[in-house]
Design a protein around this ligand. Structure first.
Ligand SMILES: [Zn+2]
Length: 331
Protein backbone atom coordinates (compact mmCIF):
# COMPACT_ATOMS: atom_id res chain seq x y z
CA UNK A 1 0.00 0.00 0.00
CA UNK A 2 1.51 3.31 -1.13
CA UNK A 3 -0.37 6.56 -0.59
CA UNK A 4 0.04 9.20 -3.28
CA UNK A 5 1.00 11.62 -0.53
CA UNK A 6 4.22 9.66 0.02
CA UNK A 7 5.02 10.24 -3.66
CA UNK A 8 4.55 14.03 -3.40
CA UNK A 9 1.43 13.99 -5.61
CA UNK A 10 -1.85 15.86 -5.01
CA UNK A 11 -5.48 14.99 -5.77
CA UNK A 12 -7.66 17.16 -8.02
CA UNK A 13 -9.89 18.74 -5.37
CA UNK A 14 -8.16 22.05 -4.81
CA UNK A 15 -6.90 22.55 -8.36
CA UNK A 16 -10.38 21.97 -9.82
CA UNK A 17 -11.99 24.39 -7.36
CA UNK A 18 -9.45 27.05 -8.37
CA UNK A 19 -9.84 26.30 -12.08
CA UNK A 20 -13.64 26.57 -11.99
CA UNK A 21 -13.42 29.87 -10.11
CA UNK A 22 -10.61 31.20 -12.30
CA UNK A 23 -12.13 30.26 -15.66
CA UNK A 24 -9.34 28.03 -16.93
CA UNK A 25 -8.78 24.28 -17.38
CA UNK A 26 -6.11 21.92 -16.04
CA UNK A 27 -4.18 20.02 -18.73
CA UNK A 28 -4.50 16.23 -18.55
CA UNK A 29 -1.74 14.71 -20.66
CA UNK A 30 -1.43 10.95 -21.18
CA UNK A 31 2.02 9.46 -20.80
CA UNK A 32 3.72 6.11 -21.13
CA UNK A 33 7.32 6.94 -22.02
CA UNK A 34 10.09 8.76 -20.18
CA UNK A 35 10.32 11.38 -22.93
CA UNK A 36 6.62 12.24 -22.62
CA UNK A 37 6.98 12.51 -18.84
CA UNK A 38 10.01 14.79 -19.13
CA UNK A 39 8.29 16.99 -21.72
CA UNK A 40 5.15 17.30 -19.56
CA UNK A 41 7.14 18.26 -16.45
CA UNK A 42 9.37 20.71 -18.31
CA UNK A 43 6.33 22.40 -19.87
CA UNK A 44 4.42 22.56 -16.55
CA UNK A 45 7.42 24.01 -14.67
CA UNK A 46 8.25 26.53 -17.39
CA UNK A 47 4.65 27.80 -17.51
CA UNK A 48 4.04 27.53 -13.76
CA UNK A 49 1.02 25.28 -14.34
CA UNK A 50 -0.59 22.48 -12.35
CA UNK A 51 -0.78 19.29 -14.42
CA UNK A 52 -2.55 15.93 -14.50
CA UNK A 53 -0.41 13.07 -15.75
CA UNK A 54 -2.73 10.29 -16.79
CA UNK A 55 -2.31 6.64 -17.48
CA UNK A 56 -4.71 4.50 -19.49
CA UNK A 57 -5.13 0.76 -19.19
CA UNK A 58 -3.19 0.46 -22.44
CA UNK A 59 -0.33 2.51 -20.95
CA UNK A 60 -0.23 0.22 -17.91
CA UNK A 61 -0.06 -2.78 -20.23
CA UNK A 62 2.69 -1.14 -22.28
CA UNK A 63 4.92 0.33 -19.59
CA UNK A 64 3.88 -1.51 -16.39
CA UNK A 65 1.87 0.19 -13.63
CA UNK A 66 4.66 0.09 -11.06
CA UNK A 67 7.12 1.76 -13.42
CA UNK A 68 4.59 4.48 -14.28
CA UNK A 69 3.93 5.15 -10.60
CA UNK A 70 7.63 5.65 -9.91
CA UNK A 71 7.87 7.82 -13.01
CA UNK A 72 5.16 10.04 -11.50
CA UNK A 73 7.13 10.22 -8.27
CA UNK A 74 10.19 11.03 -10.38
CA UNK A 75 8.17 13.75 -12.11
CA UNK A 76 7.57 15.51 -8.77
CA UNK A 77 11.26 15.34 -7.86
CA UNK A 78 12.26 16.42 -11.37
CA UNK A 79 9.94 19.44 -11.18
CA UNK A 80 11.61 20.50 -7.93
CA UNK A 81 15.02 20.01 -9.49
CA UNK A 82 13.93 22.31 -12.33
CA UNK A 83 13.19 25.01 -9.77
CA UNK A 84 9.48 24.52 -9.00
CA UNK A 85 9.02 24.96 -5.25
CA UNK A 86 5.47 23.62 -5.07
CA UNK A 87 4.70 21.24 -7.95
CA UNK A 88 1.00 20.37 -8.29
CA UNK A 89 1.07 17.03 -10.08
CA UNK A 90 -1.78 14.50 -10.17
CA UNK A 91 -1.36 10.86 -11.17
CA UNK A 92 -4.69 9.90 -12.69
CA UNK A 93 -6.12 6.65 -14.05
CA UNK A 94 -7.77 7.32 -17.40
CA UNK A 95 -10.83 5.17 -18.26
CA UNK A 96 -10.78 2.76 -15.33
CA UNK A 97 -13.21 0.01 -16.29
CA UNK A 98 -13.67 -1.89 -13.01
CA UNK A 99 -13.70 -1.39 -9.25
CA UNK A 100 -10.71 -3.75 -8.96
CA UNK A 101 -8.55 -1.70 -11.35
CA UNK A 102 -9.43 1.56 -9.56
CA UNK A 103 -8.71 -0.01 -6.16
CA UNK A 104 -5.37 -1.33 -7.38
CA UNK A 105 -4.39 2.16 -8.58
CA UNK A 106 -5.56 3.82 -5.35
CA UNK A 107 -3.59 1.26 -3.33
CA UNK A 108 -0.51 1.97 -5.45
CA UNK A 109 -0.08 5.73 -5.37
CA UNK A 110 -2.63 7.20 -7.80
CA UNK A 111 -4.15 10.43 -6.49
CA UNK A 112 -7.15 10.40 -8.83
CA UNK A 113 -9.07 7.75 -10.78
CA UNK A 114 -11.68 7.72 -13.48
CA UNK A 115 -14.35 5.05 -13.37
CA UNK A 116 -15.92 4.90 -16.81
CA UNK A 117 -19.34 3.28 -16.54
CA UNK A 118 -20.68 5.32 -19.44
CA UNK A 119 -21.35 2.21 -21.55
CA UNK A 120 -23.48 0.67 -18.77
CA UNK A 121 -27.19 1.21 -18.16
CA UNK A 122 -27.73 4.34 -16.02
CA UNK A 123 -28.42 2.58 -12.69
CA UNK A 124 -25.43 0.24 -13.13
CA UNK A 125 -23.17 3.22 -13.91
CA UNK A 126 -24.37 4.82 -10.65
CA UNK A 127 -23.80 1.66 -8.58
CA UNK A 128 -20.27 1.09 -9.95
CA UNK A 129 -19.26 4.74 -9.64
CA UNK A 130 -20.61 4.94 -6.07
CA UNK A 131 -18.60 1.88 -5.05
CA UNK A 132 -15.37 3.41 -6.43
CA UNK A 133 -16.13 6.79 -4.81
CA UNK A 134 -16.61 5.20 -1.38
CA UNK A 135 -13.24 3.42 -1.55
CA UNK A 136 -11.43 6.38 -3.12
CA UNK A 137 -12.73 8.99 -0.67
CA UNK A 138 -11.68 6.80 2.27
CA UNK A 139 -8.13 7.28 0.87
CA UNK A 140 -8.53 10.97 -0.03
CA UNK A 141 -8.42 10.12 -3.75
CA UNK A 142 -10.69 12.01 -6.16
CA UNK A 143 -12.97 10.33 -8.71
CA UNK A 144 -13.98 11.29 -12.24
CA UNK A 145 -17.12 9.64 -13.63
CA UNK A 146 -18.69 9.74 -17.08
CA UNK A 147 -22.19 10.25 -18.42
CA UNK A 148 -22.84 10.11 -22.15
CA UNK A 149 -20.77 8.29 -24.76
CA UNK A 150 -17.89 9.64 -26.87
CA UNK A 151 -17.25 8.32 -30.34
CA UNK A 152 -13.79 7.31 -31.54
CA UNK A 153 -11.01 4.93 -30.55
CA UNK A 154 -8.51 5.31 -27.68
CA UNK A 155 -6.57 2.26 -26.49
CA UNK A 156 -9.26 -0.26 -25.52
CA UNK A 157 -11.99 2.39 -25.37
CA UNK A 158 -13.99 2.66 -28.56
CA UNK A 159 -17.48 3.52 -29.70
CA UNK A 160 -18.97 3.92 -33.14
CA UNK A 161 -21.47 6.64 -32.29
CA UNK A 162 -21.62 9.32 -29.65
CA UNK A 163 -24.53 10.05 -27.32
CA UNK A 164 -24.61 13.52 -25.77
CA UNK A 165 -24.84 13.71 -21.99
CA UNK A 166 -28.42 14.33 -20.88
CA UNK A 167 -28.48 17.51 -18.75
CA UNK A 168 -31.56 16.25 -16.87
CA UNK A 169 -29.50 13.33 -15.45
CA UNK A 170 -26.45 15.15 -14.09
CA UNK A 171 -27.80 16.30 -10.71
CA UNK A 172 -29.20 12.88 -9.84
CA UNK A 173 -26.01 11.16 -11.00
CA UNK A 174 -23.52 13.39 -9.18
CA UNK A 175 -25.60 13.48 -5.98
CA UNK A 176 -26.12 9.74 -5.80
CA UNK A 177 -22.53 8.78 -6.72
CA UNK A 178 -20.64 11.52 -4.88
CA UNK A 179 -18.17 11.81 -7.79
CA UNK A 180 -15.77 14.78 -7.76
CA UNK A 181 -15.90 15.58 -11.47
CA UNK A 182 -17.93 14.53 -14.47
CA UNK A 183 -16.76 13.73 -17.99
CA UNK A 184 -19.43 14.67 -20.49
CA UNK A 185 -20.09 14.08 -24.16
CA UNK A 186 -20.73 17.22 -26.21
CA UNK A 187 -19.15 16.23 -29.51
CA UNK A 188 -15.47 15.65 -28.66
CA UNK A 189 -14.11 12.29 -29.75
CA UNK A 190 -11.16 9.96 -29.12
CA UNK A 191 -8.23 9.49 -31.51
CA UNK A 192 -6.71 11.35 -34.47
CA UNK A 193 -9.73 10.75 -36.74
CA UNK A 194 -12.38 12.44 -34.67
CA UNK A 195 -14.84 12.92 -37.49
CA UNK A 196 -15.57 11.18 -40.75
CA UNK A 197 -15.12 13.43 -43.81
CA UNK A 198 -18.89 13.31 -44.40
CA UNK A 199 -19.48 14.86 -40.95
CA UNK A 200 -17.27 17.84 -41.87
CA UNK A 201 -17.15 20.63 -44.41
CA UNK A 202 -13.96 21.55 -46.31
CA UNK A 203 -12.27 24.94 -46.32
CA UNK A 204 -10.73 26.67 -49.36
CA UNK A 205 -7.47 24.73 -48.86
CA UNK A 206 -9.38 21.43 -48.91
CA UNK A 207 -8.82 20.78 -45.19
CA UNK A 208 -11.64 19.25 -43.16
CA UNK A 209 -13.56 21.59 -40.86
CA UNK A 210 -15.23 19.59 -38.06
CA UNK A 211 -18.74 20.21 -36.71
CA UNK A 212 -18.84 22.55 -33.66
CA UNK A 213 -19.13 21.26 -30.09
CA UNK A 214 -22.60 21.27 -28.49
CA UNK A 215 -22.14 24.32 -26.27
CA UNK A 216 -25.89 24.40 -25.65
CA UNK A 217 -25.61 21.01 -23.91
CA UNK A 218 -22.62 22.25 -21.89
CA UNK A 219 -24.55 25.36 -20.82
CA UNK A 220 -27.57 23.28 -19.81
CA UNK A 221 -25.30 21.01 -17.71
CA UNK A 222 -23.66 24.05 -16.05
CA UNK A 223 -27.09 25.42 -15.20
CA UNK A 224 -27.99 22.14 -13.48
CA UNK A 225 -24.66 21.86 -11.63
CA UNK A 226 -23.27 25.35 -11.05
CA UNK A 227 -19.57 25.28 -10.16
CA UNK A 228 -19.24 21.51 -10.54
CA UNK A 229 -16.00 20.40 -12.30
CA UNK A 230 -16.69 19.20 -15.85
CA UNK A 231 -14.18 17.18 -17.92
CA UNK A 232 -13.70 16.94 -21.68
CA UNK A 233 -12.14 13.79 -23.14
CA UNK A 234 -10.92 13.38 -26.70
CA UNK A 235 -9.82 17.00 -26.98
CA UNK A 236 -6.74 16.88 -29.16
CA UNK A 237 -6.82 19.42 -31.96
CA UNK A 238 -4.75 17.26 -34.35
CA UNK A 239 -2.49 20.14 -35.53
CA UNK A 240 -2.38 20.10 -39.31
CA UNK A 241 1.29 21.16 -39.44
CA UNK A 242 2.23 17.98 -37.53
CA UNK A 243 0.01 15.87 -39.79
CA UNK A 244 1.64 17.51 -42.85
CA UNK A 245 5.14 16.80 -41.45
CA UNK A 246 4.18 13.16 -40.91
CA UNK A 247 2.67 12.82 -44.38
CA UNK A 248 5.58 14.54 -46.14
CA UNK A 249 8.09 12.25 -44.41
CA UNK A 250 6.65 8.91 -45.38
CA UNK A 251 3.59 8.82 -43.11
CA UNK A 252 0.02 8.24 -44.17
CA UNK A 253 -2.62 10.02 -42.11
CA UNK A 254 -5.16 11.24 -44.64
CA UNK A 255 -7.98 13.41 -43.29
CA UNK A 256 -6.88 13.25 -39.63
CA UNK A 257 -8.97 15.87 -37.84
CA UNK A 258 -9.46 17.14 -34.27
CA UNK A 259 -11.25 19.75 -32.17
CA UNK A 260 -10.37 23.34 -33.16
CA UNK A 261 -8.42 25.09 -30.41
CA UNK A 262 -10.73 28.12 -30.29
CA UNK A 263 -13.57 25.79 -29.23
CA UNK A 264 -11.43 24.32 -26.46
CA UNK A 265 -10.41 27.82 -25.40
CA UNK A 266 -14.08 28.75 -25.10
CA UNK A 267 -14.82 25.55 -23.12
CA UNK A 268 -11.89 26.21 -20.76
CA UNK A 269 -13.49 29.48 -19.67
CA UNK A 270 -16.66 27.64 -18.58
CA UNK A 271 -17.15 24.92 -15.93
CA UNK A 272 -14.84 22.67 -17.97
CA UNK A 273 -11.80 22.36 -15.70
CA UNK A 274 -9.94 19.34 -17.13
CA UNK A 275 -9.16 18.80 -20.80
CA UNK A 276 -7.65 15.49 -21.97
CA UNK A 277 -5.00 15.59 -24.67
CA UNK A 278 -3.33 12.40 -25.89
CA UNK A 279 -3.31 12.19 -29.70
CA UNK A 280 -1.54 15.55 -30.11
CA UNK A 281 1.41 14.24 -28.11
CA UNK A 282 1.56 11.11 -30.27
CA UNK A 283 1.46 13.25 -33.41
CA UNK A 284 4.16 15.67 -32.14
CA UNK A 285 6.43 12.75 -31.29
CA UNK A 286 5.84 10.88 -34.55
CA UNK A 287 6.29 14.01 -36.70
CA UNK A 288 9.66 14.80 -35.10
CA UNK A 289 10.90 11.22 -35.35
CA UNK A 290 9.81 10.79 -39.01
CA UNK A 291 11.41 14.09 -40.00
CA UNK A 292 14.62 13.17 -38.20
CA UNK A 293 14.86 9.75 -39.83
CA UNK A 294 14.25 11.28 -43.24
CA UNK A 295 16.98 13.86 -42.72
CA UNK A 296 19.49 11.54 -41.04
CA UNK A 297 19.18 8.08 -42.59
CA UNK A 298 22.60 7.18 -41.17
CA UNK A 299 21.74 7.82 -37.48
CA UNK A 300 20.67 5.04 -35.14
CA UNK A 301 21.14 6.30 -31.57
CA UNK A 302 17.63 6.63 -30.03
CA UNK A 303 18.81 9.71 -28.11
CA UNK A 304 19.40 11.48 -31.41
CA UNK A 305 15.80 11.17 -32.59
CA UNK A 306 14.02 11.13 -29.22
CA UNK A 307 15.55 14.49 -28.27
CA UNK A 308 13.78 16.44 -31.04
CA UNK A 309 10.66 14.35 -30.32
CA UNK A 310 10.76 15.42 -26.67
CA UNK A 311 11.36 19.06 -27.64
CA UNK A 312 8.46 19.01 -30.06
CA UNK A 313 6.12 17.57 -27.42
CA UNK A 314 7.23 20.14 -24.84
CA UNK A 315 6.55 22.96 -27.30
CA UNK A 316 3.06 21.54 -27.93
CA UNK A 317 2.32 21.15 -24.19
CA UNK A 318 3.40 24.74 -23.49
CA UNK A 319 1.26 26.00 -26.35
CA UNK A 320 -1.79 24.16 -24.96
CA UNK A 321 -1.22 25.45 -21.42
CA UNK A 322 -0.75 29.09 -22.41
CA UNK A 323 -2.83 29.51 -25.57
CA UNK A 324 -5.71 27.08 -25.04
CA UNK A 325 -6.28 26.10 -21.39
CA UNK A 326 -5.01 29.20 -19.61
CA UNK A 327 -3.53 27.24 -16.69
CA UNK A 328 -0.19 29.07 -16.78
CA UNK A 329 0.92 31.00 -13.67
CA UNK A 330 -1.65 29.26 -11.48
CA UNK A 331 0.67 27.59 -8.95
ZN1 LIG B 1 -11.06 9.44 -22.87
Amino acid sequence: MTSYKELGLVNTKEMFAKAVKGGYAIPAFNFNTMEQMQAIVQAAVKTNSPVIMQVSKGARNYANGTILRYMAQGAVEYAKELGCKNPQIVLHLDHGDSFELCKDCIDNGFSSVMIDGSHLPYEENIALTKKVVEYAHAHDVTVEAELGVLAGVEDEVSAEHSTYTKPEEVVDFSTRTGCDSLAISIGTSHGAYKFKPEQCTRNAAGKLVPPPLAFDVLEAIEKQLPGFPIVLHGSSSVPQDEVDTINSNGGKLPDAVGIPEEQLRKASKSAVCKINIDSDSRLAMTAAVRKYFNEHPDHFDPRQYLKPARENMQKMYEHKIIEVLGSNDKL
